[in-house]
Design a protein around this ligand. Structure first.
Ligand SMILES: C[S@@+](CC[C@H](N)C(=O)[O-])C[C@H]1O[C@@H](n2cnc3c(N)ncnc32)[C@H](O)[C@@H]1O
Length: 177
């Protein structure tokens, strides 16, 4: 599909339709006022980053996704006048570190991979986040709340969050699915 731009564009637009409800909920319910930057890992066309950026003008966001997705994301973001705050970073989460930001979102990502692969992706998110930062992860058919550290994760994995260094309570977590 990644070698067929038209099919890829169709698929990514389809993901926007599937994820729009979750995108609006994340934009509304997550405590974004506490954070300045975010990355949506595998954001596709960009439904979630666009809804978050529209609702919170103080935020800057990234889509970390495979390079072929870049022009499709950029077109969508331009349509909302958000190109000054939302940018694309080409990358492969199996090969590269994730960008260092305050919040990492993953929607409909982990269910595609086996347990070892899931652990690697979540570890990359864990390594990229500052202490106390939240991770939001979605999967297709259910919503599960909870907080995990990578060492405590088991399949199906839905969420990872770093705890504040001086606290036994988990950092904030937003989930949808
Ligand atoms: C099922 S879509 C999910 C899109 C969006 N997060 C949502 O929930 O609507 C999976 C996304 O992950 C991206 N992706 C797949 N493999 C990837 C990789 N190795 N590194 C970075 N992104 C990847 C795809 O290009 C696609 O945008």
């Amino acid at each position: 599909m990644y070698s067929h731009p038209d099919r890829l564009r169709q698929f990514l637009a389809g993901m926007t339709g599937i994820s729009m409800g979750a995108a609006v909920a994340i934009a509304q319910k997550f405590p974004w006022k506490n954070y300045k930057t975010f990355a949506d890992v595998g954001a596709a066309q960009g439904a979630v980053p666009v809804q978050v950026a529209l609702a919170h003008p103080h935020l800057k966001g990234l889509n970390f996704d495979l390079p072929q997705v870049g022009p499709i994301f950029d077109d969508y973001v331009r349509g909302f006048g958000l190109s000054d705050r939302l940018s694309f970073q080409a990358g492969d989460f199996f090969k590269e570190q994730l960008p260092k930001v305050d919040v990492i979102i993953m929607g409909h990502i982990l269910h595609d991979w086996n347990l070892e692969e899931k652990k690697l992706i979540v570890k990359r998110a864990f390594d990229a986040l500052p202490r106390g930062a939240p991770t939001s992860s979605t999967r297709p058919s259910s919503t599960t709340t909870g907080v995990r550290t990578p060492s405590a994760c088991s399949c199906p994995l839905t969420c990872s969050s770093r705890r504040p260094a001086d606290s036994t309570t988990p950092g904030p977590t937003a989930l949808h699915g």
